[in-house]
Design a protein around this ligand. Sequence first.
Ligand code: AMP
Length: 122
Amino acid sequence: MSDVAETLFERIIAREIPADVVYETETVLAFRDINAQARVHVLVVPKTRYRNVAELAAADAGLLGDVVLAAKAVAEIEGISESGYRVVFNTEGDAGQTVFHVHAHVLGGEQLGFFGRHGAGA
Ligand code: AMP
């Protein structure tokens, strides 16, 4: 089910496109979202590409663990591990996934709104 075409995030990982990198390990790269939806908005991307979190979990649970641990590290670096943060994996169309290289959004640094149905909540 994985796409063959290279995604934007592979080009960021290859340093062909610049990004504001916050954290990196052998297996993941974390960089600021170009269209931040909160004061802190960082994307955590595994360097090996899977289309979405379901494919990642099925293929490599250890790598999924690396992504979640990187989200924790990002929260510590950004000083939001105590105040709180949200980790989101948008998965396919209704969730608004636009880049089909799995990534965790790490959001925080201020009180976050509710989320769910389009137009609902604050
Ligand atoms: P999603 O909609 O869950 O697939 O998330 C893709 C995210 O990538 C969006 O929040 C975009 O703002 C973000 N994005 C797109 N291009 C870039 C870029 N060049 N650098 C950083 N973030 C980007």
